[in-house]
Ligand binder design. Structure first.
Ligand code: ATP
Ligand code: MG
Length: 138
């Protein structure tokens, strides 16, 4: 059964001109785009999105990074979407990411790592609602 995940192309990858290449890899891997937008997170939005990490030492840096410029948000559909998308993007730290993964190709550091992918079906639904109104999802 098809399910969904929430992707963000992070500010570093947008700044570096990788939107098109990343969307190409995503659709080539069999994901269907159900919602898509270029947007920018306010600092308070980034704090809310990554609230689970609020006690971590990198949280202030993460919030500043995620709100510093435009991002692309998308809802993606595929069988096994959450796990398959995390496999497509690779490890959090690009140094550890497998060859051919999006982070291996486009991330610059563990902090500025090009893309986000949901970590569970439950969070995928929460994160889709964070970014999109019902009428923006197809
Ligand atoms: P994401 O949630 O963005 O898809 P992830 O699930 O691979 O990434 P998390 O552990 O959820 O990794 O961390 C969220 C984000 O916080 C990372 O993608 C990265 O941008 C940042 N981050 C994580 N660990 C570090 C670190 N040690 N130093 C700096 N930034 C970090
Ligand atoms: Mg995560």
């Amino acid at each position: 059964m098809a399910n969904t995940t929430l992707m963000m192309i992070k500010p570093d990858a947008v700044e570096n001109g990788h939107i098109g290449n990343i969307l190409q890899k995503v659709t080539s891997a069999g994901f269907q785009i159900k919602a898509l937008k270029l947007t920018q997170l306010a600092k308070s939005d980034a704090e809310r999105f990554y609230a689970v990490h609020s006690e971590r030492p990198f949280y202030p840096e993460l919030v500043a990074f995620m709100s510093r410029g435009p991002i692309v948000a998308a809802v993606l559909e595929k069988e096994n979407a959450v796990v398959d998308f995390r496999n497509l993007i690779g490890a959090t730290n690009p140094v550890e990411a497998a060859e051919g993964t999006i982070r291996k190709l486009y991330a610059t550091s563990i902090g500025e790592n090009a893309v986000h992918g949901s970590d569970s079906d439950e969070n995928a639904a929460i994160e889709a609602a964070f970014h999109f109104a019902g009428r923006e999802c197809f």
